[in-house]
Design a protein around this ligand. Structure first.
Ligand code: IPM
Ligand code: MG
Length: 359
């Protein structure tokens, strides 16, 4: 089995949080005798600064040879004035698309220790466990034609194309149904079928696909209502499946239900079982370099990686337990801090997880 793991620290807080996650991965590599080979490469702004490109050829080649990739985050104000085609975000979208990582899993789980960190009432979020399955390599993010053109009257017009082929809907639908089979067996497909033909097709295809999964209950919801229901009564959801852009938006909302986006990992999988694992939050340039970012989302992404791409759910459980232990100890980075707990730095949080793993 391929044991290569490629690490892409990226920009902003990326290198800080990935530093802690890498230490965790190295430790479980030894402890569970996994024989993983770790390598590192450039992506995003860091890659632009070094090579002029957000996704150098070398990075793509290394990524394709790896069983799994751990990514920090990309982007920052330094590169915002660059042309869209060579911005850091293109590196991220490029690696998703060149490796065909269409299945994006974004769990939103509330740690009981953090119930008071949520902006919603504890009873609304207690026990929350949602899985958002976001299509990641299609939809309006990638649809052609796209661009900004000049109309006859000289005015500029921006345009993007929202399209999904049936086969793309089926493959992401299957991921959602399969995941639901291992959970509470409920899938809510989110669309805007009252306005957009592409999502009318999405709904129809999901309906047909559901016949292959008679045990799973399928429901449909318009995206505006889904946004409202997520903040009104989020526990009604088990698995949510949706397209690229709706999934981007709803997963940020779902993340915040848990108190902090700094806690949430994600996995992006292709059909060969390769996966890229990254925290749901971005590069947070406003706090980069201060040593205060929460490394737990990235550390939990390592756990997902061990479970989904490296076949080691024991090591994954070990890491998740260690994270729970440090929360029990009352350690909190500023994003999850509450009175009566102990405020710690990125590094102290990482060290505490390592210590918990050694016990
Ligand atoms: C995410 C991010 C990315 C996205 C950006 C950085 C391109 O917001 O992973 O959710 O929109 O997919
Ligand atoms: Mg996003």
């Amino acid at each position: 089995m391929n044991k290569k793991v490629l690490i892409l620290p990226g920009d902003g807080i990326g290198p800080e949080i990935v530093g802690q996650a890498k230490a965790v991965l190295s430790l479980v590599n030894e402890k569970h005798k996994l024989q993983l080979e770790l390598d590192e490469a450039l992506i995003g702004g860091a890659a632009i600064d070094a090579t002029g490109q957000p996704l150098p050829e070398e990075t793509i080649n290394k990524a394709k040879e790896s069983a799994a990739i751990l990514l920090g985050a990309v982007g920052g104000p330094k590169w915002e004035s660059l042309d869209m085609s060579i911005r850091p975000e293109k590196g991220l979208l490029g690696i998703r698309s060149s490796m065909d990582l269409f299945g994006n899993l974004r769990p939103a789980i509330l740690y009981p220790q953090l119930a008071s960190a949520s902006s919603l009432k504890p009873e609304v979020v207690a026990g929350l466990d949602i899985l958002i399955v976001r299509e990641l390599t299609g939809g309006i993010y990638f649809g052609q034609p796209r661009g900004v053109r000049i109309l006859e009257n000289g005015e500029r017009e921006g345009f993007n194309t929202y399209r999904y082929k049936e086969s793309e809907i089926v493959r992401i639908g299957r991921v959602a149904f399969e995941m639901a089979m291992k959970r509470d067996k409920r899938v809510c497909s989110v669309d805007k079928a009252n306005v957009l033909e592409v999502t009318e097709l999405w709904r129809e295809v999901m309906e047909t696909l559901s016949k292959d999964y008679p045990e799973v209950e399928l429901s449909h919801m318009y995206v505006d209502n889904a946004a409202m229901q997520l903040v009104r009564a989020p526990k009604q959801f088990d698995v949510i499946v949706t397209g690229n852009m709706f999934g981007d938006i709803l997963s940020d909302a779902a993340a915040m239900l848990t108190g902090s986006i700094g806690m949430l990992p994600s996995a992006s999988l292709n059909s060969q079982g390769q996966g890229m694992y990254e925290p749901c939050h971005g590069s947070a340039p406003d706090i980069a370099g201060q040593g205060i970012a929460n490394p737990l989302a990235t550390i939990l992404s390592v756990a997902m990686m061990l479970r989904y791409s490296l076949g080691s759910s024991e090591a994954a459980d070990d890491i998740e337990k260690a994270v729970s232990t440090v929360l029990d100890l009352g350690l909190r980075t500023p994003d999850i801090y509450a009175e009566g707990t102990e405020k710690v730095s990125t590094e102290q949080m990482g060290q505490a997880v390592l210590a918990a793993l050694q016990n």
